[in-house]
Ligand binder design. Sequence first.
Ligand SMILES: [Zn+2]
Length: 209
Amino acid sequence: MISALEALERLREGNRRFVAETRDPTAATSTARRRSLVDGQEPFAVILGCSDSRVPAEIVFDQGLGDLFVIRVAGNIVAPSQVGSVEFAVEQFHTRLVVVLGHSQCGVILTTLQELRRRTEEQSRNLRSIVERVRPSVEGLLDTDLRHDPQALVHHAVRANIRMSADHLRHGSGVLEQLIENDGLLVVGAEYSLETGEVEFFNGVPAAA
Ligand SMILES: [Zn+2]
């Protein structure tokens, strides 16, 4: 079993390779690797990321087959099926690191901010269910001076939403709470920059193994 801190270091190194364009594109998906995984998997991290086409977890962390258990949903929100997916992975594979990965300029955050300012009646019930999950983390920001600065507002809203999802995973499941308390499970937030390709892990995340 790989500890949360080791897993974190692997992700940091992988992201550095991605940014520096030093990754080996064939190693991650080789036939040998595929064959070695037929009988089982041991992903070293769970990533709950946004579905945005520009943020594929395996690529931005330079990982391959069998490395990451990835859950992607627009706006990296946490609904019961996401909690269930994380529980499944950490129990089945003993994965000890969970990363909520949001990103700059997230379209779901932009839509939610728009929606908070002007209700869009034609929005479908399904899309609304995503927006409603983002809303609590960002609506308070509209009462601050950030409302006069659209760029800063989106930046803070993205981060607030990541923090809320991470908190939800930490406290919204007895199974996860127990593993955090007794078994070295770590749930962290991180933001991917579309502009630089870098993933920034949030404050409070340990620096190195
Ligand atoms: Zn997004």
